[in-house]
Design a binder for this molecule. Structure first.
Ligand SMILES: [Zn+2]
Length: 484
């Protein structure tokens, strides 16, 4: 193999990073990288387990004098987000990544770099490979399908892990120490309807120009939600006239704040002008409210024709739900400044065969709040006579004021860098939450190098920071040998 990163430390971890970059490892295509890791472990005489979803667990005994210490879990994910530039030719099933170094920055040519989460794999491989380190027994957990919903971690057999302390390597950034991540789920609400012959005048309403954003990381920025704005318009029209919905849809993913929503509403012909006045009034109100968050917001109104429309009872239920379903930040954290503690996102509204479906994403740093807030949505759905259910839940990594692992990691960082570390918390799901759910008493800290552009072809990592993050890991493991 032709290595492109030369003359840098840690030479072994960087070589391993290049080795894994040559193995295709998009989510759901982890069999090759799992086999690669299995061979890596077997070549070194290490205990290795690969399960049916391609999670890999490699165990290494503690070094001399540290054999009897409690084990430490090191953790990261095997898969990467397969994004590429439009003009880049890349077969995610077969091709390796083309790495390039510019100054201190490592990227891949036209594709994601997979530093998310390749640094974790490379660090674990170097620690497993080296013979001159001091560390407690290690349980290295490399999971599959993280990027498509933490699937591998959720399917991992807990009996493979005995560690009660963990160093997560999928977050942080240099000097950042992950101390909390959100749990959540998706409440799916269904309103069955029948089509009846359309009557009256059709008006098309399209919400446009909103910024959107990630429904976890950006929910505190109070961006307009197209589904909710549409609900407010429909509610105001329905206060003055009968209206049936002929078509409604908005948003694509429950974890994105929806930017657009479309609807065709049928109103009595003699009230169509009044309906347009109401739409214009609400547009003006909302534009004023969003002047500092969503400058581009607008409502496009047109005449529309429809042959069929939803029956009145179902139309009323949909208007009610679009209007009242709770949305946005519900609580901020009092433990960590700037962190959202609980939120909702009415992410998707779709019209399928005979049902209108809502997908509402619920997140919180506390599992109890995920359930409590989901219960509110379920109760509202029940009140509207709709069916609803909480699906796809994932557990929270809730903040602990006391964490020995975090304390050791942050003290070590200070010793090495002379700087204070920062406690980092994210309002999104991470595998740390899954492991906290699996092993409630586990003490977790997350560390990582300075990197950015994750999930895009611009993804990068600073190679100097890569080295410092690796040295931090090595030093933490060494210190854990002194802790009893
Ligand atoms: Zn990741």
């Amino acid at each position: 193999m032709n290595y492109v990163i030369t003359g840098r430390e840690p030479a072994d971890a960087l070589r391993f990073f290049e080795d894994i970059s040559a193995v295709p490892r998009a989510s759901r295509n982890e069999a090759g990288i799992a086999a690669f890791m299995k061979k890596f472990a077997e070549d070194r005489g290490l205990e290795v387990h690969v399960d049916e979803v391609n999670n890999v667990v490699i165990k290494k005994p503690g070094t001399a004098g540290c054999e009897h210490l409690p084990p430490v879990m090191l953790q990261g994910h095997l898969d990467i987000v397969p994004e590429k530039n439009q003009d880049t030719v890349h077969d995610w099933e077969k091709d390796g990544l083309k790495l390039q170094v510019k100054g201190d920055i490592l990227t891949a040519t036209g594709t994601t770099l997979g530093c998310d989460d390749g640094y974790a794999l490379a660090f674990m491989m170097a620690v497993l490979d080296r013979k001159d380190l001091r560390h407690p027994p290690l349980e290295c957990v490399m999971t599959s399908m993280e990027e498509i919903g933490l699937i591998g971690a959720m399917k991992l057999d807990p009996s493979l892990i005995t560690a009660k302390r963990m160093i997560g390597m999928d977050a942080g950034g240099e000097g950042g120490f992950l101390a909390s991540s959100a749990g959540g789920g998706s409440v799916v609400v269904n309103v069955p309807f029948k089509f009846v012959e359309a009557k009256g005048t059709g008006i098309s309403i399209r919400i446009r120009g909103l910024d959107g954003g990630h429904s976890g990381g950006m929910i505190h920025m109070e961006k307009g939600n197209s589904n909710k704005i549409l609900g407010r318009i429909l509610h105001n029209i329905s206060k003055e006239m009968i209206c049936n919905i002929a078509m409604i849809s908005g948003g694509f993913k429950s974890n994105a704040i929806p930017r657009e929503a479309d609807c065709v509403v049928m109103v009595p012909a003699d009230k169509a002008d009044r309906a347009r006045e109401i739409i214009a009034r609400v547009e003006k109100e909302v534009a004023n409210e969003l002047a500092f968050s969503d400058k581009g917001f607008k409502v496009l109104v047109d005449t529309a024709s429809a042959e069929k429309m939803m029956d009145l009872e179902a139309s009323e239920k949909v208007i009610f739900l679009s209007h009242v379903l709770p949305n946005g930040m519900m609580m901020k954290s009092m433990a960590i400044e700037g962190l959202t503690n609980a939120s909702l996102n009415v992410g998707v509204v779709t019209m399928k065969e005979g049902v209108v479906e809502y997908q509402v994403s619920v997140r919180s740093a506390e599992d109890s709040l995920v359930h409590s807030i989901s219960d509110i949505v379920l109760d509202i759905a029940k009140m509207a006579g709709a069916q609803a259910e909480l699906l796809s839940t994932y557990p929270a990594f809730s903040f602990s004021a006391e964490s020995k692992m975090r304390e050791i990691a942050m003290n070590t960082y200070k010793e090495l860098s002379g700087k204070e570390g920062r406690v980092v918390a994210v309002h999104g799901g991470t595998e740390a939450g899954v492991f906290r759910g699996m092993i409630p008493e586990i003490d977790i800290v997350g560390i990582g190098p300075a990197s950015g552009g994750a999930h895009t072809p611009e993804e990068w990592v600073d190679l100097n920071s890569f080295e410092r993050a690796f040295n931090l890991l090595v030093k933490i493991l060494d210190k854990l040998c002194d802790e009893q």
